[in-house]
Design a protein around this ligand. Structure first.
Ligand code: UD1
Length: 417
């Protein structure tokens, strides 16, 4: 397994190109199941999760042809089973359920099961599809869903916000009979991106960007071209990298409007963010102050930025309280950061981070994507050498992380293991 070796202490300086958002690309690829015509997606990041979704679509009968940063999807659905071997690698595989059901009236999708950051059930996806007339049965680790009569529109009130359930049901509703209203829908920018692409494919969606989406089902969707929005989590991660090293980076392609609470919280902590027409310049000239953050659905502070922000707070002056409200077990980076000299105590859903003057390098290991990158950030700031093991987590969501950081002056290398 590959490792990343970092010698810390160098302020970053230079340009980093921000790629297309992974969490937009995955549902957009699943949307390729909604039409037999060609869907062309631009600005697709090169990530392990994208390859996993491509493999899943291919075995459903959809050809996925890469051409640089463009993916062309098209074909006839020949198989409506999403097997355990693929779904277990990536929970977002469950996003094929709604589109398959809407297109071919049946789907058998492996239950994604738990993952390192929590149990993460899919009950909201299933209840919503049932309200739209699907018959759902769980058996032998699989979701068996059928709707031979075509799904029908329904009003679905989510008891809490779910990104994936909003996406799955929005896709299913585009081809349902009649009107679907999704109440308390997620408002993440990636949902707006999916809605924009579905609209280009002929879907009728109102309320994009709000928590109430109204979808009028149509008989068929057609092909379209769509460029994926920039990754706001990659943006926030490299903003933290600039801040933790006391450097200055230009995040090319990043957009302030998608950052939500991250920009405010970073600015409160002493990080400068300047907007340019095609980039964000992020720098830290003075000290960092301990600043509280609580994860919430968009536009609140994203759970996917919690670990990176905690690494930053580990070296701030004063204390910060970081509260996780989305996933029940998302503090696995804490013991590893503490091994590097951080002073973090977890009390239930909150972590008290008491800033220290400096971190020291250590061999570390993480169990999920964002936790891994938080250890890379800590390594960039630490004295001495940090070795981050299990790099495959990073490759799921960060393209060329070591090359992007090295180009800005970091002493970072990947070792094949
Ligand atoms: C998406 C993101 C992930 C991010 C998360 C929260 C993608 C591919 N992944 O994941 O990076 O961390 O949003 O912003 O976009 N829940 C249920 N029942 C359900 C669905 C969800 O209880 O049927 C719970 C989850 O366990 C979690 C919360 O709802 O506690 C939010 O999860 P959700 O927004 O659905 O996350 P994902 O779509 O899986």
């Amino acid at each position: 397994m590959d490792r990343i070796r970092i010698k810390g202490g160098r302020p970053l300086s230079g340009d980093i190109l921000i790629g297309g958002a992974k969490n937009a690309a995955l549902p957009l690829m699943a949307a390729g199941l909604l039409t037999e015509e060609r869907l062309e997606l631009g600005n697709v990041p090169r990530l392990a999760d994208i390859d996993t979704m491509a493999a899943l679509l291919a075995q459903h009968g959809i050809a996925v042809e890469p051409d640089g940063r463009t993916l062309r999807l098209g074909g006839r659905i020949t198989n409506s089973v999403a097997p355990y071997d693929i779904v277990r690698k990536m929970r977002a595989s469950v996003l094929v359920l709604g589109p398959l059901l809407a297109r071919v009236g049946e789907a058998r999708v492996s239950l994604p099961g738990g993952c390192a950051i929590g149990t993460r059930p899919v009950d909201l996806h299933l209840k919503g599809l049932e309200q739209m007339g699907a018959a759902i049965r769980l058996d032998a680790g699989y979701i068996h869903a059928s709707a031979p009569e075509r799904l029908r529109g329904a009003t679905i009130v989510f008891p809490f916000v779910s990104v994936g359930a909003t996406e799955n049901l929005m896709m299913a509703a585009t081809l349902a009979d009649g009107e679907t209203v999704l109440v308390n829908a997620a408002r993440e920018p990636e949902i707006g991106d999916l809605a924009a692409c579905l609209t280009a494919m002929g879907a009728r969606i109102e309320g994009i960007g709000t928590d109430r989406l109204t979808i009028q089902g149509v008989d068929r969707l057609h092909g379209a071209r769509h460029a994926i929005l920039p990754d706001r989590i990659e943006t926030g991660t490299y903003a933290c990298a600039a801040a933790i090293t006391g450097g200055s980076v230009r995040l090319v392609g990043a957009r302030l409007e998608y950052l939500g609470a991250v920009a405010r919280v970073l600015r409160d902590a002493g990080v400068e963010i300047e907007e340019q027409p095609d980039a964000l310049v992020v720098r830290r000239l003075n000290g960092l102050h301990g600043t509280d953050a609580m994860t919430e659905p968009y536009p609140g502070f994203p759970t996917d930025m919690q670990a990176q922000f905690m690494a930053l707070m580990a070296v701030a002056e004063g204390a910060a309280m970081v509260t996780e409200t989305i996933f029940e077990n998302r503090f696995m980076h804490v013991p590893e950061l503490n091994r590097m000299g951080a002073r973090i105590n977890v009390h239930g859903a909150s972590a008290i981070v008491r800033g220290v003057a400096g971190l020291s390098g250590a061999p570390v290991m993480a169990t999920d994507l964002r936790a891994s990158v938080s250890l890379v950030l800590a390594g960039l700031a630490a004295r001495g050498e940090t070795v981050v093991n299990r790099v495959y987590h990073l490759d799921r969501g960060y393209e060329s992380v070591e090359r992007k950081l090295a180009a800005c002056g970091a002493d970072i290398t990947r070792e094949a293991g």
